[in-house]
Design a protein around this ligand. Structure first.
Ligand code: FES
Length: 278
């Protein structure tokens, strides 16, 4: 059991979850994730750790409401107990001093990229942050990300920001306009964002790491649900990742596998909503 210290809606459809988890808070590193079950009937869902506080013994994640389990999680309140909260899982990000790192985050990945950007900055790198949102009202943690960035950009599809374009185009523009070379790109967000960033950097040969988000069950390498192909080899995202070289990922397979339970998820959500809101 882990007690919820804070659960709040950050922007439409994205929620922050801060949980009292002293053992996890002591051990977590950037890029790792937790497995959460909102109740004993729900599925196990992986959430990337977006922040932690050892004094407060808390671990924070940002999650997108997509199916029944995340809907259930979004209705939980401060003081509620989460029956399963396991972690930290997965390999931490390989943080090194390499020069200039471009961190890209979109959707829940805006939260998830924060500890990665912070760690690269603390390691002495120049950090350029690029956040992708469809519209200005979907942006959160702007100041937090700015505080760990040397340079800050936003790509959006509305007229609120200067950079009105798709993330891959803004990313390419940053790469082309820079006098110094960008040594690494790190992208976290929806599968399409990570795919698009990897495609954008490929012609420039910039190392691009992505934090993959396949369906997971146990999160400890035993079920095979999170299988992905990287460089022609089968990898389990939960134990071999979640970070992989975006230029080597078999994206077509990942897109297809993520859709495996799409119809069942819709049915489950409709059934649950009828029960909760008859
Ligand atoms: Fe089961 Fe990764 S989630 S092997």
């Amino acid at each position: 059991m882990a007690k919820i210290l804070r659960r709040e809606r950050l922007v439409p459809n994205l929620h922050l979850l801060e949980v009292h988890a002293p053992e996890i808070a002591k051990r977590c590193k950037p890029g790792q994730f937790v497995i959460v079950m909102p109740d004993e009937f729900g599925e196990r869902i992986p959430l990337t750790i977006a922040d932690w506080n050892i004094e407060k013994a808390s671990v924070t994640s940002v999650f997108l409401v997509v199916g029944t389990s995340t809907h259930k999680l979004s209705l939980m309140k401060q003081g509620d107990d989460i029956p399963v909260f396991v972690g930290p899982l997965g390999k931490p990000v390989d943080i090194n001093k390499c020069g200039t790192v471009l961190c890209v985050g979109g959707c829940y990945g805006i939260g998830a990229i924060y500890p990665v950007a912070r760690a690269f900055k603390e390691a002495g790198n120049k950090v350029i942050t690029l956040l992708d949102v469809k519209a200005n009202y979907l942006l959160y943690w702007e100041e937090k990300l700015k505080s760990v960035s040397d340079e800050f950009h936003i790509s959006s599809r509305d007229y609120y920001y200067d950079c009105k374009d798709f993330v891959q185009h803004i990313l390419k523009k940053i790469v082309k306009d820079k006098k110094e070379s960008i040594n690494q790109v790190f992208a976290i967000g929806c599968t399409y964002l990570m795919y698009a960033c990897s495609q954008a950097t490929k012609p420039y040969g910039i190392k691009t790491m992505v934090s993959l988000n396949p369906i997971m069950v146990d999160g400890t390498g035993m079920c095979g649900a999170c299988r992905v192909s990287v460089g022609g080899e089968t990898k389990f995202t939960c134990v071999d990742g979640p970070d992989f070289d975006g230029h080597l990922v078999d994206w077509e397979e990942l897109f297809a596998r993520r859709k495996s339970y799409f119809d069942d998820e819709i049915q489950s959500l409709c059934y649950w909503e009828k029960k909760i809101f008859p």
